[in-house]
Write a protein that binds this ligand. Structure first.
Ligand SMILES: Nc1ncnc2c1ncn2[C@@H]1O[C@H](COP(=O)(O)OP(=O)(O)OP(=O)(O)O)[C@@H](O)[C@H]1O
Ligand SMILES: CC(=O)C(=O)O
Ligand SMILES: [K+]
Ligand SMILES: [Mg+2]
Length: 573
């Protein structure tokens, strides 16, 4: 596994697409019924956490304390349930979808529409908005889960110490025309006193670090300027590639064809504002924290131990965003230390030549799979859908490629945060994922990847081998599904990592692990209280799922659990 990349340092030209396009015929949007989770009471064995008794020694049923009865039954995301019933579970979507929530999608109805459309994870980006704004969004997602039976996870994305422009005093964008003179400054202004064509930069060392002749790239080259003069805190620039400046757009500067990394490279990965946002995220109980501009594994380890100390019981997963050159040089250690990774192609494409982004994407996706970490492919998947109701053919090809690589999840950014067609963009991700996944199965593109051992202890490596074997068995026997009973989620991940042909029904007792599993490829997470008596667990789940119409008698199920270290092949009675 190679973790270093040879980079050329040339600046690659890429313009924003300016093709005029015709209004087009749209596929009808998919409307799925929203169903309440159904709770069916059945008697069962309740085993206290600290009581270790062989399953065979347990009575088949015991009277249970009242507090357990509440949580009894089987809960699955209501949209997943509808999909399972509609299409049969062999054809459910394996690739997960993360949607960034922004001004266009922040109200309850809009979030609900995204959830109905298949959003698995809602992302809030702390670069934008206030904590209050994000708190409202997070609570709406939680309320939606509670009231309407979704299991949408929440991801908080840190701002990080990137250099960016100000928020344009609330304007949606500003247009920079070819040849115009703009001033980038470290001075701040009141909205009323801001001079025309003047942008405040958030990094105090900015005016000192840039030199006359440097190129200033907005959002990785969507708009370009050249520095013509420096006057104290003001940097006077000449626009060489016109385009739209968006609020808080990222800025990089380049000298003689290389990215300039002077003092900004010394800024901390997690700024003091980020630590406040992290405290906020822990308090709000987010499921994932995505760390921007990670450079080393150390920062991930520090954050993970901070979360453990602040909130020992929380299940927050830390996602490393791969978007800087340094992260590529330390890729393997970073991914190893994290609970997952994101190929953040937006900033990545501003740090390395664009033509190197696809190979880095493939490398990160592959490495994550080897190390058993979920991976998200992010940014500009459907960029043109910010303005247009259908994607370009090239965008569909890009999404297809990420699905073909079997990334765990795809992410919408501006398309869902501030675009005109968030629901249509989501529907495109869904339909392309379904089509490409089916094509891959039909073509029998079976994976022959030999996955390296990831477990560090002997018992863990037994579970790992069981999962590998179970997946192979499922493919060979053309099983309808794999059922996995897991308290920690680990063996569900190990099964997902094998990318088997059939879906994986993951039963787990806690809602936080259920939400967390929602980011991983091919997993259909259910919340279910189960016991150490696998026979009774199975009988119970079979009858619950049969009653819901989600499985049928005669379906072939491969069963794995962290209770029994075994693989079973069972026909649903
Ligand atoms: N909470 C928000 N409030 C206002 N605008 C937002 C919000 N979240 C996102 N946006 C808008 O959507 C755009 C895309 O969102 P995204 O999260 O991808 O941000 P970004 O700043 O481009 O990237 P990064 O993830 O690198 O921070 C942003 O540039 C911004 O214009
Ligand atoms: C998502 C993100 O941070 C990026 O693409 O830069
Ligand atoms: K961010
Ligand atoms: Mg970024």
């Amino acid at each position: 596994m190679s973790a270093s990349f040879p980079f050329s340092t040339s600046v690659s030209p890429l313009q924003s697409h300016e093709f005029p396009r015709m209004p087009s015929l749209l596929k009808p949007r998919i409307h799925l019924p929203v169903l309440k989770p159904m709770t069916i009471a059945l008697s069962r064995v309740v085993l206290p956490e600290n009581l270790k008794v062989a399953a065979s020694e347990l009575p088949k049923t015991v009277a249970e304390p009242a507090e357990f009865r509440e949580a009894e039954g089987l809960e699955v995301d209501s949209v997943t349930e509808a999909e399972l019933k509609e299409n049969g579970f062999r054809s459910t979507r394996r690739t997960k979808i993360v949607c960034t929530i922004g001004p266009r999608t922040c109200d309850f109805e809009a979030i609900e529409a995204l959830a109905v459309g298949g959003m698995n994870v809602a992302r809030v980006n702390m670069c934008h908005g206030t904590q209050e704004w994000h708190r409202d969004v997070i609570r709406r997602v939680r309320r939606l889960n509670e009231e309407k039976g979704f299991a949408v996870a929440v991801m908080m994305d840190t701002e990080g110490s990137e250099i960016h422009m100000d928020d344009l005093n609330g304007a949606e964008s500003a247009k920079a025309e070819d040849g115009e003179i703009w001033t980038f400054t470290v001075r701040a202004f009141d909205p009323s006193s801001r001079p025309e064509r003047t942008i405040t930069v958030n990094y105090d060392g900015f005016a000192e670090d840039v030199k006359v002749g440097d190129e200033l790239l907005v959002d990785g080259g969507m708009v370009r300027f050249v520095v013509t003069e420096k006057i104290g805190p003001d940097v006077i620039c000449h626009c060489t590639d016109p385009g739209l400046l968006l609020p808080r757009a990222n800025l990089t500067f380049w000298r003689n064809g290389s990215l300039v990394q002077e003092r900004n490279a010394m800024l901390p990965t997690i700024s003091s504002k980020d630590w406040l946002d992290i405290d906020f995220g822990i308090a709000e109980g987010v499921d994932f924290i995505a760390v921007s501009f990670v450079r080393t594994a150390e920062v991930i380890k520090t954050l993970k131990s901070y979360i453990r100390a602040r909130s020992p019981k929380s299940q927050i997963s830390v996602i490393a965003k791969i978007e800087s050159i340094e992260s590529l040089n330390n890729l393997e250690e970073i991914i190893q230390a994290s609970d997952g990774a994101m190929v953040a192609r937006g900033d990545l494409g501003a740090q390395i030549p664009l033509e190197q982004v696809p190979s880095v994407q493939q490398e990160v996706v592959q490495l994550c799979r080897e190390l058993n970490k979920p991976v998200i492919v992010a940014s500009q998947l459907l960029e043109s859908m910010i303005e247009y109701p259908i994607p370009t053919r090239a965008e569909v090809a890009d999404v297809s490629e990420a699905v073909r690589q079997q990334a765990d999840a795809l992410m919408l950014s501006s398309e869902s945060a501030m675009g005109q067609y968030p629901d249509k963009a989501l529907a495109v991700l869904r339909s392309v994922s379904l089509r490409i996944e089916r094509w891959r199965r039909e073509e029998k593109h079976y994976d022959t990847t030999d996955l390296p051992v990831v477990s560090s202890s002997f018992p863990a490596s037994i579970s790992e081998e069981i999962c590998n074997t179970a997946s192979k068995m499922a493919n060979k026997l053309e099983a309808d599904a794999i059922f996995v009973y897991t308290k920690t989620g680990r063996i569900a991940s190990l099964l997902s990592r094998n990318r088997p042909d059939c879906p994986i029904f993951a039963f787990t007792p806690t809602t936080s692990i259920q939400r967390c599993l929602n980011l991983q490829w091919g997993l259909i997470p259910f919340r279910l209280d189960f016991s150490d008596d696998m026979e009774s667990n199975l009988n119970r789940t079979f009858s619950l799922l049969r009653a819901k119409g989600m499985i049928n008698s005669g379906d072939l199920i491969i069963v794995v659990s962290d209770v029994l270290q075994s693989v079973q092949a069972i026909k649903v009675p």
